[in-house]
Design a protein around this ligand. Structure first.
Ligand code: ZN
Ligand code: ZN
Length: 110
């Protein structure tokens, strides 16, 4: 097995690998130290256009299970495409601030 390490904290032993995907062709790795989740993809590329010159970024995963309080539960490593996600790509490459999750829990008034 090739060496892998957490892109966030550098941990290289407390990593949990889990096969995912329709044919178990993917491996999702979870860092048990800092909670980062990423796909063990040998060639990161844009799922939309196939661009391989993508920018690694951390995306926040919010914990929706604890009442109304939002907290960043963990982070997932994603890859930003300069063609399909030009704004995110530009912003992230300048700030390196974790990307908010796609779906924010809907606020209700009741
Ligand atoms: Zn880590
Ligand atoms: Zn793309």
């Amino acid at each position: 097995m090739a060496e892998i390490s957490c892109a966030n904290c550098g941990e290289d032993t407390e990593l949990l690998g889990e096969r995912t995907g329709p044919n178990n062709e993917n491996i999702t790795v979870t860092c048990q130290v800092c909670g980062l989740v990423w796909d063990r993809d040998f060639t990161p590329r844009c799922e939309t256009c196939g661009e391989t010159n993508v920018y690694p970024a951390f995306k926040a995963i919010l914990d929706k299970s604890r009442g109304t309080q939002l907290s960043i539960q963990s982070m997932k490593l994603v890859h930003l495409c300069p063609h399909c996600q030009p704004e995110l790509h530009a912003t992230y490459s300048q700030t390196n601030t974790p990307i908010p999750p796609d779906e924010l829990p809907v606020e209700t008034d009741d």
